[in-house]
Ligand binder design. Structure first.
Ligand SMILES: NC(=O)c1ccc[n+]([C@@H]2O[C@H](COP(=O)([O-])OP(=O)(O)OC[C@H]3O[C@@H](n4cnc5c(N)ncnc54)[C@H](OP(=O)(O)O)[C@@H]3O)[C@@H](O)[C@H]2O)c1
Length: 284
């Protein structure tokens, strides 16, 4: 028996994962913290990471938990609730969507957060698999579209390159692992694209695709902090984002892993193809 419960099902990775699990005919349900957020035709079970009792009810009867926690200031606390509930509910395997570089001892605060949550999962004694994606290609649409439409992307990344990964590849890897979790027990997969591009190179590709110039401007770190404060981003998130920005600027986010190809059987989706598919998002 492998009854799967998908958390984070209405998000970027989750939406793609639900479609794949449906197509595969997997035995699964989704947990939803907002009424009505479950995808059509899928069993939705109420549960909120902030409400431990709701989690234990939601997780009961499931063998495998796809654990995706939102990036919020109290993420570690939500993770503790989830892992304790999984243990109490008798979940047998946790497939956790983590982050590239996750390491409880990292000097990089976001990597340390992700690693500390991975550590909670390990310490639970429940069989587990970690998926550690790099930055999503989809961020160029979901978070940067307004700047790109305006003709300039601002970031404190210098000329640091990133091996962006397509969310559809992450979801495919998750679907492969969820189909046979025992075959992936104890594994941690780093999910990246197959090429690394600096922001200037990314904007050159976007410019060519939309037929309009889009510049990249490297901004000082203090200006990036100020901009996020102005947008009302909570302080812990600003700290995590800036730790990631530092990693990118140092060139440490350019590493390429073979794990997407090994799990899916095909090379990672290419940034150029992603950009060609999404030109409408950046046309002013
Ligand atoms: N963006 C990147 O480049 C990147 C790169 C690497 C790792 N990550 C990590 O990936 C994760 C985000 O993935 P994503 O973009 O696919 O997710 P997302 O689009 O941000 O969606 C978040 C999901 O969490 C659920 N959720 C929110 N609050 C909840 C609560 N209190 N209880 C239960 N569920 C709750 C939401 O479901 P409801 O419908 O229930 O609200 C939603 O499905 C974060 O942990 C982030 O650190 C992101």
């Amino acid at each position: 028996m492998n009854r799967i419960l998908v958390t984070g099902a209405s998000g970027h990775i989750g939406t793609e994962l639900v479609n794949l699990l449906k197509a595969r005919g997997a035995d699964f349900a989704v947990m939803s913290s907002r009424p009505g957020s479950a995808a059509a035709g899928v069993l939705g079970i109420p549960g909120d990471f902030a409400d431990p009792a709701s989690l234990q009810r939601a997780f009961s009867g499931f063998d495998t938990l796809f654990l995706l926690l939102p990036l919020v200031p109290n993420k570690l606390e939500l993770a503790r609730n989830a892992v304790q509930a999984a243990k109490a509910a008798g979940v047998r395997h946790i497939v956790r969507s983590s982050g590239a570089g996750a390491d409880a001892a990292s000097p990089v605060s976001l990597a340390r957060l992700q690693g500390s949550i991975d550590q909670l999962v390990v310490e639970s004694g429940i069989a587990h698999t970690f998926l550690r994606p790099a930055t999503f290609m989809q961020n160029l649409v979901n978070f940067s579209a307004a700047q790109i439409k305006g003709g300039t992307l601002y970031a404190p990344h210098g000329d640091g390159a990133q091996s962006l990964v397509d969310v559809r590849d992450i979801a495919e890897c998750a679907a492969v692992v969820l189909a046979d979790p025992a075959a992936h027990a104890g594994q941690a997969y780093t999910l990246t694209g197959g090429e690394a591009f600096s922001n200037a190179q990314q904007m050159a590709l976007v410019s060519r695709a939309i037929g309009r110039p889009v510049a990249y401007v490297d901004v000082p770190e203090a200006a990036a902090v100020e901009a996020m404060q102005g947008m009302g981003v909570p302080a812990p998130l600003i700290g995590w984002f800036m730790s990631l920005n530092h990693v990118v600027k140092q060139g440490w986010a350019a590493g390429i892993s073979g794990d997407v190809a090994a799990l899916t059987g095909h090379p990672p989706r290419r940034l150029e193809a992603f950009i060609a598919e999404n030109v409408a998002a950046w046309r002013a």
